[in-house]
Design a protein around this ligand. Structure first.
Ligand code: IMP
Ligand code: MG
Length: 179
């Protein structure tokens, strides 16, 4: 098995590029069918989802828009402690069909808070499209109608996902392996 080294860890291919492409195209076809005529706005969560979003969008056959957001967490003065801010969102979401495009849902806590922030902007509906989900790690109940792959809890890189900033350029998805 061929290994690649990203920083101090070794990784091996777990989902080859061709399989990713095939599955992303299937998901795009499904979303296009479900949201036909609703002019969805895709919200791509940077940095990790940029490769997935680029491939997904090219498979969408209904009129749509895409915008890119970043999440910033800081300790606020509210009783919940951490406050999440959405950066880069200039479009109004009021009355819109929103599709959040995420690279990976692990505990689901990031997505749960993002959903809350998006819902406060009064969209008509919000749906989640995730490249990867680690179902065994989910700590919250999330409805994820569009998911390409369900994977075990191992750490992965490639196809936009990083290990400490590196590995996003790998065309396949890799899983960490022993040295
Ligand atoms: P959650 O709040 O636990 O769902 O965290 C999700 C975020 O953790 C993702 O957006 C990724 O940035 C990061 N993450 C979780 N698992 C992995 C992984 O296996 N590889 C790379 N990043 C990951
Ligand atoms: Mg992410």
């Amino acid at each position: 098995m061929e290994k690649v080294k990203v920083r101090d860890k070794y990784f091996a291919v777990s989902i080859p590029e061709a399989e990713i492409k095939r599955r992303v195209a299937e998901l795009a076809a499904q979303i296009s069918k479900d949201l036909q005529g609703r002019k969805p706005i895709f919200l791509s969560v940077l940095n990790g989802s940029f490769v997935f979003a680029a491939d997904l969008l090219r498979g969408i056959t209904t009129d749509c828009e895409i915008t890119f957001i970043r999440l910033a967490s800081y300790s606020g003065t509210s009783s919940t402690g951490e406050v999440q801010q959405i950066l880069g969102l200039n479009e109004s979401l009021e009355g819109r069909t929103v599709v959040i495009v995420e690279d990976i849902i692990d505990s689901g806590l990031t997505m749960e808070r993002l959903l809350e922030s998006i819902r406060s902007l009064h969209p008509a509906e919000v749906r989640i499209a995730a490249l990867l989900v680690k179902p065994d790690n989910l700590k919250t109940e999330l409805d994820i109608p569009y998911c390409c792959f369900r994977i075990p809890n191992d750490f992965i890189v490639g196809y936009g996902l990083d290990y400490d900033g590196e590995g996003r350029n790998l065309p396949d998805i890799y899983t960490v392996v022993a040295d």
